[in-house]
Design a protein around this ligand. Structure first.
Ligand SMILES: Nc1ncnc2c1ncn2[C@@H]1O[C@H](COP(=O)(O)OP(=O)(O)OP(=O)(O)O)[C@@H](O)[C@H]1O
Ligand SMILES: [Mg+2]
Length: 203
């Protein structure tokens, strides 16, 4: 089973991905927790470039870098783990590309969708949690963590476009994508997430 966590800055992806991993492991499952960008050794070099505030990167270059990261990630981490029967949880995946490069950056739709398809080789998660929170609240949470990255420093309108695109994708993929409101307590949010696991995965 392949699960992804999606959502804007500071919505709680990393927190809930980690909590879900612990929960599934406590019920005896083997879980691989990974992330984009940076799920491989090569990818972590790409991640540093992508998040670096001091680098100026063309939007198309940025798109290629995310896709290069994904090729490595799918081939070296996700597919091998799935073929060993493990549950894979990825902190961001293909929906981030649509939300950020198509929604946020407004790159040409055919280019974004084509590269997304090529880089993932058509591997779509079985289940995706879209963690949703008002933009200002998410950014407040990231600001509280200290130094902000290249994306967190984008203008509000960018983050609003990302959020809007995420909600649009969710509306078009209701079976796969569960929208979770995270403007509430962590435990309550996690409980809601677990409620969406297919029967048999819950304790
Ligand atoms: N309901 C909630 N769910 C998740 N996190 C919450 C919630 N309420 C408050 N928080 C706090 O918000 C922060 C979320 O940070 P986290 O790193 O999980 O977000 P993220 O989506 O991974 O961010 P980024 O996009 O920067 O990677 C944490 O400090 C967490 O304690
Ligand atoms: Mg995170």
């Amino acid at each position: 089973m392949f699960i992804s966590f999606e959502g804007g800055e500071g919505c709680g992806k990393s927190t809930h991905a980690r909590m879900l991993k612990e929960y599934l492991e406590s019920s005896g499952k083997e879980v691989v927790l990974t992330r984009e960008p940076g799920g491989t050794q090569f990818g972590s070099t790409i991640r540093k470039m992508l998040l670096d505030n001091d680098l100026s990167i063309e939007m198309t270059t940025e798109m290629f870098l995310f896709c290069a990261d994904r090729v490595e990630h799918v081939e070296k981490v996700i597919r091998p783990a799935l073929s060993e029967g493990k549950i894979v949880i990825s902190d961001r995946y293909i929906d981030s590309t649509i939300a950020y490069q198509l929604g946020g950056r407004a790159l040409p739709e055919d280019l974004v969708r084509y590269l997304n398809w090529i880089s993932s080789k058509g591997l779509v998660p079985d289940l995706t949690f879209l963690l949703d929170i008002p933009v200002e609240e998410g950014l407040k949470r990231t600001a509280e963590r200290g130094k902000t990255n290249r994306f967190e420093n984008e203008i509000l309108a960018f983050h609003e476009r990302v959020r809007e695109k995420y909600l649009e994708i969710a509306g078009n993929n209701r079976q796969r994508i569960k929208v979770i409101d995270t403007f509430k307590g962590i435990e309550e949010t996690q409980k809601e997430i677990r409620g969406h696991l297919p029967a048999g995965r819950q304790v």
